[in-house]
Design a protein around this ligand. Structure first.
Ligand SMILES: Cc1cc2nc3c(=O)[nH]c(=O)nc-3n(C[C@H](O)[C@H](O)[C@H](O)COP(=O)(O)OP(=O)(O)OC[C@H]3O[C@@H](n4cnc5c(N)ncnc54)[C@H](O)[C@@H]3O)c2cc1C
Length: 457
């Protein structure tokens, strides 16, 4: 059973609450704004903000630091006989706008089914059915459930686990399902804020993977009309909003002037000061920046010349260096055999310091132990590491709740417009439970554009 199933159970038992002000609100078509708007970042949030402004016939430009659109949506062609996702991959919903777009673009979606997830128990690998009578495994699942409805003191997941008796061989199950899914490690994740988020999640209980259409293609097709408004290779370094017009300075010290700005860069870019604001952001925002976490995250894509796992395997959870492998060839009529390791938090931080060879070897070693006779090492033909922490304009995975961080109220504080001229969107600013997701990023843009239009009406 995975996070979605626990979320489903939690939602059923607690009843999902409304999304609040992050939920879709269509900007009023009568509001017209004549000023010039800059959107910083061309990920899902930035592109959608552009589209909403386009619909309002507003004047806007999207400045993107890197040489491509999509941000943390990035697809890879050519490694396998199907496209691979190096960032976001799982599509939550319905209901979610992202789900609608992907489906509307003609994607064939396969729904995840936890019956096809396999778990390491000692040096064995077993699925949920086989683990039905495994008391330790069932205890781990109960703990996941308990954590997702936790309302006690604000503690880390690690402290939560230490306060309970957790069989050692399945402790990793709780950490993988929760901490890794939330983009971090057990020692960093606030279990109370995680539960707060999960309890107001309103994007349904299912998740899907596209088998025929890359997510980059979905974005390119969806936003084809506004792509001419995106300027690539244009990192904005400073936003000076102390004068009547807002000055944007890029990395070449070139300046341009606009009237309003929507910032959609990753949380880490604001936290690191790579994008500076003059005057500095108000204390509400600077405090919020300190109180939301964003740490290391990577995907390692491994191509094999034969399958050594059971044909019905969709995901593999391990106690080793990789909390979760996705079997990318699962559900596809494909000749390539691909596993993608998703590693977040402390483990990703450590692996990030290793050479590519050592990193891949340590992953293969774990698989060899589980599947026997050097199966993985013998079958590997190619590997691709996507270390999001080393991406200069991303610097990490996605935002997660910190202990003492104030939970959703802190995200709400971060999302507040400044002086009716600077607006904030992007996954970290979603305070309705969908941070760390693509649909959350999209919903945050609706909110930000709505705030902007409200200010000018
Ligand atoms: C490994 C991984 C796996 C994930 N898996 C999933 C998943 O399965 N499902 C899911 O829903 N979500 C997943 N996510 C999260 C999801 O990818 C993000 O929540 C979402 O894509 C964020 O969109 P965004 O527009 O807020 O930010 P981004 O996509 O990060 O876009 C921000 C843009 O700002 C640009 N930028 C940065 N600095 C500057 C600057 N100074 N000037 C101009 N531009 C700048 C960046 O280059 C980037 O293009 C995953 C993320 C990672 C890293």
């Amino acid at each position: 059973m995975q996070r979605r199933d626990f979320i489903k159970n939690t939602l059923i038992t607690t009843g999902a609450v409304a999304l609040g002000s992050c939920q879709d609100k269509t900007p009023d078509a009568n509001r017209k704004y004549e000023g010039q708007i800059a959107i910083i970042g061309a990920g899902a949030a930035g592109l959608y903000a552009g589209q909403l402004l386009e619909e309002q016939e507003a004047k806007y430009t999207i400045y993107e630091a890197s040489d491509q659109i999509g941000g943390r949506i990035r697809s890879l062609k050519g490694l396998a006989d199907f496209d691979l996702e190096l960032g976001a991959e799982e599509i939550y919903g319905p209901p979610s706008q992202w789900y609608d777009w992907v489906k509307g673009a003609g994607a064939t979606l396969i729904k995840s089914d936890s019956a096809n997830d396999f778990y390491q128990i000692g040096s064995q690998i077993q699925n949920e059915e086989q683990l039905k009578t495994n008391a330790n495994f069932q205890a781990a699942l109960s703990l996941v459930r308990e954590a997702l409805s936790y309302t006690g003191d604000d503690v880390t997941l690690l402290q939560f686990l230490n306060a309970r008796s957790v069989p050692t061989d399945v402790r990793y199950v709780v950490e993988s399902i929760l901490a890794n899914k939330y983009g971090t490690s057990a020692s960093r994740l606030s279990v109370k804020s995680m539960a707060e988020q999960s309890n107001i999640w309103s994007a349904g209980t299912d998740l899907y993977t596209s088998t025929n259409l890359s997510l980059t293609n979905v974005l390119t097709e969806k936003f084809k009309n506004i792509l001419p408004k995106v300027i690539l290779n244009m990192p904005i370094r400073r936003i000076d909003y102390s004068n009547e017009r807002i000055m944007l300075e890029d990395s070449q010290a070139q300046r341009r002037f606009v009237d309003k700005v929507i910032i959609t860069v990753p949380l880490s870019i604001l936290q690191s000061g790579d994008l500076q604001l003059t005057p500095a952001l108000p204390e509400t925002h600077t405090n919020a920046l300190k109180n939301i976490g964003m740490g290391a995250g990577m995907k390692v894509t491994l191509l094999f010349n034969k399958r050594f796992w059971d044909s019905n395997t969709a995901a593999i959870y391990t106690a080793g260096v990789v909390p979760q492998f996705k079997v990318n060839s699962y559900g596809r009529e494909a000749k390539s055999f691909v596993l993608t390791a998703t590693i977040m938090g402390e483990k990703a931080e450590f692996l990030s310091t290793q050479s590519a060879t050592v990193l891949v070897q340590s992953i293969l070693k774990d698989l060899d132990t589980l599947y026997g006779k050097g199966a993985a090492t013998a079958a590997l033909t190619n590997a691709r590491i996507t270390d999001w922490t080393k991406e200069p304009y991303i610097k990490g995975a996605f935002s997660y709740p910190l202990v003492g961080g104030g939970g959703l109220l802190t995200r709400q504080a971060l999302s507040q417009p400044v002086k009716r001229r600077i607006y904030f969107a992007g996954e970290a600013t979603h305070y309705g439970g969908h941070s760390g997701t693509v649909h959350g990023a999209i919903e945050s843009s609706r909110r930000a554009v709505d705030e902007l239009l409200r200010d000018v009406s």
